[in-house]
Design a protein around this ligand. Structure first.
Ligand code: 5AD
Length: 359
């Protein structure tokens, strides 16, 4: 099991036997215990705006969608972060649709500075704000954010170009370059993919794992592709009758296999059990942990905005309060015998190892 090659990963991705698949999850979970321990770390997720200038074919908040758009005031963001701080969540994540205008850049910088000030520097800050210039990444890093998530979505360029409108604002090559840039700017860098996309093969998924390795990625956030009815890709899937319960189950199982194989192949990275897993299965996030994930992202978005941040249909937790999410997730974590690393940043061990290796 130690030195897997591409063919092994593909064989595991293709597994059909339930017992064999369970064994795979167990192996991954044992590696998680060995490299991370029995802890799961929280990143309180604040979805601060659904305004987006990109038009990704799969996403419910794409520019062309006529939905109610919102943003969040500085005071409100800091107050959500304060809730996380008081509840001993070691870290938060600020996520929004993409914007590159100077007002937005400055606004985020201020939010980071204020959150750091409010928490005496204790709250870790992850950003998930898309493709930005080097100057912007540096500015936000300097203000105090130390982790950044930018999904590659798929490492297959051809597939990437099928699910995104390609123009001067949007290309596969730029996405890869931005991930490199984030490393240069000294962030812990996260990426990830959607699993079970139309046209995506198991070999594509295995190549995604090899891509994570080749890019020396510190954190992985990936989950099943879920139809958003009002999008070009969602319509395609529905028109071709490819969204049956069985299709959804296949995407779900592939997502768990991807978590397990990523844990087994990369070992020391942080891996999130994402909300999308729970959208397909009520106990999806717990099963994600049991397949090797070690990060959860409880939603702490302002309640009135939750319903407007629907990247896909049937997103869970949109009618919950932050307190309800806290209780619910802590029960889920204890139900699988794991502990929440309250008050800790839970940084990616891979990041520390990467610095040691490169210095
Ligand atoms: N299904 C699953 N994940 C989605 N995302 C956007 N739309 C969907 C969808 N329909 C994911 C993308 C993006 C992240 C913020 O949400 O991977 O990077």
């Amino acid at each position: 099991m130690e030195n897997l090659v591409k063919k092994d990963l593909l064989d595991f991705m293709n597994l059909k036997d339930k017992n064999e698949i369970d064994k795979l999850y167990n192996r991954a979970y044992n590696i998680k215990l060995h490299t991370i321990g029995k802890n799961v770390y929280y990143r309180g997720l604040i979805e601060i705006s659904n305004i987006c200038y990109k038009d990704c074919f799969y996403c419910g908040i794409r520019k062309s969608n006529k939905i109610h758009r919102f943003d969040t005031s500085l005071e409100e963001i800091v107050s959500r972060a304060e809730w996380a701080y008081k509840n001993n969540y070691g870290s938060i994540t600020l996520q929004a649709g993409e914007s590159t205008n100077e007002k937005f850049i400055e606004f985020i910088e201020k939010a980071i500075l204020k959150i750091k000030e409010m928490s005496n520097g204790e709250l870790g800050i992850t950003l998930s704000l898309g493709e930005q210039s080097k100057e912007t990444y540096e500015r936000w890093r300097k203000a105090g954010a130390h982790r950044y998530l930018l999904r590659i979505e798929t490492s297959n360029k051809e597939l990437y170009e099928k699910i995104h409108p390609i123009d001067k604002n949007h290309s596969f090559e730029t996405r890869v370059k931005k991930i490199e840039l984030l490393k240069q700017c000294n962030y812990q860098v996260g990426t990830g993919v959607m699993i079970g996309l139309p046209f995506q093969t198991n070999e594509d998924l295995v190549n995604d794992i090899l891509f994570f390795k080749q890019m020396d990625i510190d954190m992985i956030g990936m989950g099943p592709y879920i139809v958003s009815e009002n999008t070009p890709l969602g319509k395609y899937v529905l028109e071709n009758n490819k969204n049956t319960e069985e299709d959804k189950y296949i995407r779900y199982e592939k997502s768990l296999k991807m978590i397990a194989l990523t844990r087994i192949y990369l070992k020391d990275v942080n891996i999130a059990a994402t909300t999308a897993l729970q959208a397909l299965n009520a106990t999806g996030r717990e099963e994600g942990i049991m397949a090797g994930a070690n990060i959860l992202m409880p939603i702490i978005t302002t309640e009135e905005n939750r319903k407007d941040y629907q990247l896909y249909d049937g997103k869970p937790c949109i009618s919950d309060t932050s307190d309800e999410c806290k209780r619910c997730l802590s029960n889920r974590v204890s139900s699988v015998g794991e502990k929440i690393g309250y008050g800790e940043w839970g940084d990616s061990p891979h990041f520390k190892n990467r610095l040691l290796k490169n210095n």
